[in-house]
Design a protein. Structure first.
Length: 320
């Protein structure tokens, strides 16, 4: 669902941004509005970003090989991080430069009605894109608030599109206010100030995206709810004496790695332990379907006072 919904949101955003970018460049060329130029570059950056997100989704579906035995799922995180860099450099920094330059050399606008018309139409198209992203996100976020969804989502596409669309709509408002005030007063400083506001907004959004995707690139574990489901599934297995410790790691948005050390009865035969592990893996996958890569190490449980030092250290960690 997250992959399909993310792709649909990306295509809707890309289609809107491509048309908006063309219209904004025409409006800038005929009016000389720096806000329109900043917004046009912003739309070009967004269009390129959505192409990168689609490319990341395609690359992540490559089959695992000897060089990448756990697959290419994290390609989606890499491309999302590149998106944050482009949004910062191409969108934010360029808008700041253009705004400061026009603030130092302000000039009145020509054909001011044209950028106003383009901005109004752009708001409608961006609103459609945001509506699509919100609708698709609702399938995944459940009862989470929007901030929590963006913070905790493992699939990067929907949070990226959501933040880009919100930034785009807010930037359009800044540009609209700047152009209207310049038209009313004849002072081009308002138009330049709108461009600077757009640049600050894009830099802020890029920083947020960079922080979130960096965390995913470094490697995040399963949510507290999924960890509890896995722990319950393991401890509920009749062949298991105790879960000594476990670790989880997202290999991609829809693929979770689980490594666990599990205590089985001392007198259990090796063949029976192997059968019990197979059943345990099936139980875990039933509880958390995205736990696709599972490694279970069988062990013998012993109270800390009777264990050797290395085993005792592991058992102490069972509380985490």
């Amino acid at each position: 669902m997250s992959t399909q919904g993310g792709t649909k949101a990306i295509i809707a955003a890309m289609s809107a941004n491509l048309g908006i970018a063309i219209a904004k460049f025409i409006a800038w060329g005929l009016s000389g509005s720096s806000s329109m130029l900043g917004e046009a570059v912003h739309s070009v950056a967004d269009t390129g970003n959505q192409l990168l997100l689609l490319r990341g989704g395609s690359a992540s579906r490559k089959q695992a090989d000897a060089q990448h035995p756990f697959g290419y799922g994290r390609e989606r995180y890499v491309y999302a991080f590149v998106v944050s860099i482009i949004l910062f450099s191409v969108g934010g920094v360029f808008s700041l430069y253009e705004g400061i330059n026009k603030l130092e050399h302000p000039h009145a606008l020509e054909n001011a009605w044209l950028p106003i018309a383009v901005l109004v139409i752009s708001m409608g198209l961006e609103g459609f894109s945001l509506r699509t992203a919100v609708r698709e996100s609702n399938h995944s976020r459940g009862k989470e608030g929007w901030f929590a969804f963006i913070r905790h989502a493992k699939a990067p596409e929907l949070p990226v599109v959501l933040l880009e669309d919100v930034a785009a709509l807010t930037g359009l408002v800044f540009a609209f206010v700047g152009v209207v005030l310049t038209l009313i007063t004849g002072n081009g400083a308002f138009d330049a100030s709108g461009t600077i506001a757009i640049g600050v907004l894009l830099v802020a959004v890029a920083v947020i995206l960079g922080i979130e995707t960096k965390s995913l690139l470094v490697g995040e574990g399963a949510s507290a709810a999924d960890v509890e489901r896995i722990r319950t599934a393991i401890n509920a297995d009749p062949d298991v004496e105790a879960l000594i410790h476990m670790r989880t790691l997202y290999l991609g948005p829809e693929e979770l790695l689980l490594a666990a050390k599990v205590a089985f009865p001392r007198k259990k035969r090796l063949a029976d332990v192997a059968t019990a592990i197979d059943a345990l893996e099936a139980r875990v996958r039933q509880a958390v379907p995205i736990a696709r890569v599972i490694y279970i190490e069988p062990d013998v449980y012993a109270p800390p006072g009777q264990a050797n030092p290395s085993t005792a250290a592991i058992i102490i960690k069972a509380s985490d």
